[in-house]
Design a protein around this ligand. Structure first.
Ligand SMILES: [Zn+2]
Length: 486
């Protein structure tokens, strides 16, 4: 069986991955808080851990992997969004507005992540459907002396868990000095964090032994992962920004409530994303949602390939240049992978992914395999002519294995290639217009040849005349509607 190695944040080492039960490999990834569209940085863990899910399914069998990713649908930002709608005159109740906002956002999330080619997790629990499990876990933590109630709040007693800070390598006293903690009069210690907080009549709330209230964010993941994956499971993953305090708090809650379990054995964290070398921010004007890019005409598959070009453990830089290269490459790959059934992936691609999810190396291997496929095509063309190479069994079986290797990274999936069909039609149209322009010039019909040239410029097609003839490419402002109206 393939040996998978993963860099475990908990031990800071690359370790051989040994699942607790190979018949049920269990993965938990912290999901989104559903108040707005996912931005480009949010898409990175989705795609990276989708590749991990695909690899685990390949190695252990699709029916032997359980992947849970939650939706946080109770949160101050969601409440604020709903309250803003109510303040703007919406006559509906706050509960209705909150439900509408979270349902709508979950719908967007699914559409956008589907467009990136991510498989849906096995289970996607919504926090509001697991409030009972959260209350039970909080009661248990109080009974065991790890939590206490003050003024309708329940707080976790951080100093009761000696290993607190081990994941991120911080001491409790350093963290207090760093002052990323909220001081409140009802806390025994400034480090203590909220498990439950009171809700006023205006806000969503649930009845509990401590009055009407709502859960803190951290307890959601601890309760839902326990209910769906058990007290010990294999991998817990998320963005590096969640390592502290969110993941430290999850560990403290889960290990104290279920000391018989190990919680998660392997912790994986993906690094952050920048845009053209700068931190993505609304004030810099370089803030994009995944939807913004899709609407601008970046195929989801292209966005996916750009993410996978950088190892998850390194900061990645989104650039237009990378997107353009990915598009060109995928266009060629799709053209020569043909309509074959996906075959077994090549071992060098499986090995690259098994080595701590080295997607960058896997893409390098895919390029080598593709070059071999093109060499085979040229050889076959010489043997049997320009038409017949594509129907040869040796070509088709090589293409099938190339396709199967791409699919392990979630590339070249069925149903994701419409962009290249549309591109092929657009390319054909441009080629035909350039022929028309050449004919018009030859016939000294300069009005017609200038009209074609101006039309192409207006449609965002970049044309360069060379001694060998006209060369062209899609400009960044390419507009298909204008192309077809020339
Ligand atoms: Zn979480």
């Amino acid at each position: 069986m393939t040996t998978i190695r993963l860099t475990n944040t908990r031990t800071r080492r690359k370790e051989v991955f040994t699942p607790i039960d190979p018949k049920n490999v269990r993965l938990y990834v912290c999901g989104p808080t559903v108040y707005d569209r996912a931005h480009l940085g949010n898409g990175r863990p989705v795609v990276v851990f989708d590749v991990l899910f695909r690899l685990l399914r390949h190695v252990y069998g699709p029916e032997h992997v359980t992947y849970v990713r939650n939706f946080t649908d109770v949160d101050d930002k969601i409440n604020a969004a709903a309250q803003a709608r109510k303040a703007a005159g919406d006559p509906r109740s706050l509960e209705e507005l909150i439900r509408e906002r979270t349902d709508e956002t979950i719908g967007w999330y699914h559409t956008d992540m589907d467009a990136l080619g991510a498989l849906r997790p096995t289970k996607e629990p919504r926090a509001t459907e697991w409030i009972g499990a959260m209350i039970a876990m909080i009661e248990d933590l109080i009974a065991k002396g790890h939590a206490y109630e003050r003024e309708g709040h329940v707080l976790f007693r951080v100093r009761s868990y000696k290993e607190y800070g081990a994941l991120s390598g911080r001491s409790v006293d350093d963290m207090i000095a760093g002052a990323r903690v909220e001081v409140a009069p009802f806390k025994e210690d400034p480090m203590d964090f909220v498990l439950w907080k009171p809700s006023d009549a205006e806000l969503p709330g649930w009845d509990s032994p401590w009055g009407r209230g709502r859960p803190g964010w951290h307890i959601e993941c601890s309760a839902m992962s326990h209910e769906l994956l058990g007290a010990s499971f294999d991998i817990h993953a998320g963005g590096i920004d969640l390592q502290f305090p969110h993941h430290e708090n999850e560990i403290a809650q889960s290990r104290c409530a279920h000391p018989e379990g190990s919680f998660a054995n392997y912790w994986l964290h993906n690094e952050m994303l920048q845009v053209e070398g700068k931190k993505m921010s609304k004030s810099l004007g370089n803030f994009f949602t995944v939807r913004d890019l899709l609407d601008q005409g970046y195929p989801g598959e292209v966005i996916r390939m750009v993410y996978l070009g950088t190892h998850y453990g390194k900061p990645m830089d989104w650039t237009d240049d990378k997107a353009r290269q990915a598009k060109q490459e995928l266009r060629r790959w799709r053209k020569y992978a043909l309509d074959v059934e996906a075959g077994e992936p090549h071992p060098e691609v499986v090995d690259a992914l098994s080595d701590d999810l080295n997607t960058h190396q896997a893409l390098t291997e895919l390029r080598v395999i593709f070059t071999r496929l093109m060499t085979l095509k040229v050889d076959l063309e010489q043997q049997c002519g320009a038409v017949h190479w594509a129907s040869r069994d040796d070509y088709r079986s090589a293409a099938a294995r190339f396709l199967g290797s791409c699919r392990l990274l979630g590339l070249l999936q069925d149903g994701m290639g419409h962009w290249s069909d549309i591109e092929a039609q657009n390319s054909e149209r441009i080629e035909q217009l350039l022929l028309e322009r050449a004919a018009a010039r030859k016939a000294r019909d300069f009005a017609r040849s200038d009209a074609v040239r101006d039309g192409l410029v207006a449609a965002g097609v970049v044309v360069k005349d060379t001694p060998q003839g006209a060369e062209w490419e899609f400009g960044t402002d390419f507009d298909a509607a204008k192309l077809w109206s020339i």
